[in-house]
Design a protein around this ligand. Structure first.
Ligand code: HGY
Ligand code: MN
Ligand code: MN
Length: 427
């Protein structure tokens, strides 16, 4: 049986995207809205007022995750969630994360205006610190909700300036009183730009995302010895930065030699960072990803071997510390079926795929049936101020999101696991 053909208002969605893009907007047309900053506070307040305007109850948990709840016919059922994130990278774009939250808002507005009552309650979620740029690791808010991290771990995370996550959260006034994890979700759907080139290259509108690849983050510290740039002969230097340069090249070479592997050194801190001192210490980050955990293990061993060789050849010390490990995660067949059906019914060309980027859905999939919907982005570019998506693709993504949620609600609402009914947070 077809779900009612409610249509989202794409103009309104686009206007929201452009309006919120001004909160932390940059001169190059991107967004700099780091988590738990004043810009994040401003967009959270905008989000809360928009949700309350359509009758949602907004509840906030102890790490700032925001849940806008819309009642359904059956209060005993755990809410079906639509979620993503409003925080961005330092050189972020207008669509990464934001599209998923604002498309969800547009879905709720459409249901509100139609007076359509779902079986299960709905929850529109803004997950705290998905990007992990200011406070590592990524997907921290959804990770705490899913029980991967506890609240104390999150509160103790430090940004490069030494500010604690807990301090910053209290600072913007968004530490709520809902115990973390107490709002049980019956399912979650997340709409996101692909952040890669496949859909655009194949001329397809919708990605039916079957899962997220494995991701690991490392801190590397290389310690040599500070010395005078003018009077220290080359033969007696312990230059941490020249060794770090070799490591960066080796990390890239190792990943290039393995199909589907990606490795990135995105952060480098040089100490003392003075132009006439031979660097004594360098701290680097490595972001490693692959769909297969066994391959991640092999590459991690490869990194360790490279460090051992660099130590032996250069009389320095080098340490590799894994600070984050998000294993490959498959999404739920029931949710995927609803997304496929919604794409077919709407006549959008679609294909199945695995996500290269990390998303909150990767953690929520551990505790509730979850799946994702992708739309193309221009040139596959993301984490870049030129990130762009078309009006029509945003409309298509939001329409598929709405219809997938309604289809799931019709077909699966009664299958929400018993324990989640009893824990249902929706009052
Ligand atoms: O790192 C990621 O994949 C995500 O954008 N946080
Ligand atoms: Mn994202
Ligand atoms: Mn991102």
């Amino acid at each position: 049986m077809r779900t009612p053909n409610l249509m989202i208002d794409a103009e309104r969605l686009w206007s929201d995207l452009m309006e919120t893009a001004r909160i932390g907007g940059t001169t190059k047309g991107g967004i700099r809205r780091l988590t738990l900053t004043d810009e994040d506070r401003a967009v959270r307040e905008w989000f809360r007022s928009q949700c309350e305007r359509i009758g949602c109850t907004v509840r906030i948990d102890e790490v700032g995750n925001m849940f806008a709840l819309r009642p359904g016919r059956r209060a005993d059922l755990a809410p079906i969630a639509i979620g993503s994130h409003l925080d961005t990278q330092p050189t972020g774009g207008k669509f990464d994360g934001v599209l998923g939250v604002l498309a969800g808002l547009e879905c709720l507005r459409t249901l509100h205006e139609a007076g359509y009552e779902t079986n299960a309650p709905l929850a529109l979620v803004n997950w705290t610190n998905e990007e992990g740029s200011r406070f590592a690791p990524a997907m921290l808010g959804s990770g705490v909700h899913a029980g991967v991290f506890d609240r104390a771990y999150a509160d103790a995370r430090q940004d490069p300036a030494g500010v604690l996550f807990g301090e910053a959260l209290d600072g913007i006034g968004f530490r709520g009183d809902e115990r973390v994890g107490s709002i049980a979700l019956g399912a979650m759907f997340e709409l996101h730009i692909e952040q890669g080139p496949i859909l655009e290259e194949e001329g397809r509108t919708i990605g039916v995302v079957k899962g997220v690849q494995g991701m690991r983050w490392y801190d590397v510290e290389i310690v040599g010895r500070e010395s005078h740039a003018g009077s220290t002969p080359m033969r007696s230097r312990k230059d941490a930065l020249s060794v770090a340069a070799r490591l960066v090249i080796d990390v890239e070479r190792l990943a290039r030699d393995v199909a589907d592997a990606v490795a990135t050194v995105g952060m480098v801190a040089v100490h003392p960072n003075s132009r006439n001192v031979v660097p004594g210490r360098v701290n680097l980050s490595i972001d490693l990803r692959h769909p297969d955990a066994a391959v991640l293990d092999e590459l991690e061993l490869g990194f360790e071997k490279v460090l051992k060789t660099l130590e032996a050849e250069n009389a320095i010390t080098a340490t590799l510390t894994r600070i984050w490990d998000s294993p490959p995660v498959p999404f739920d067949e029931g949710c995927l079926a609803s997304i496929r059906k919604a794409s077919e019914d709407a006549g959008f060309p679609w294909r199945e795929m695995v996500s290269g980027a990390g998303h909150d859905a990767a953690y929520i999939a551990r505790i509730a049936p979850t799946a994702m919907i992708f739309i193309p982005c221009a040139g596959g570019l993301s984490h870049n101020e030129e990130e762009d998506a078309s009006f029509d693709d945003c409309r298509a993504g939001a329409q598929v999101l709405l219809q997938a949620v309604l289809d799931y609600d019709r077909r699966f609402a009664d299958s929400v696991p018993e324990f989640q009914r009893s824990r249902s947070g929706a009052r």
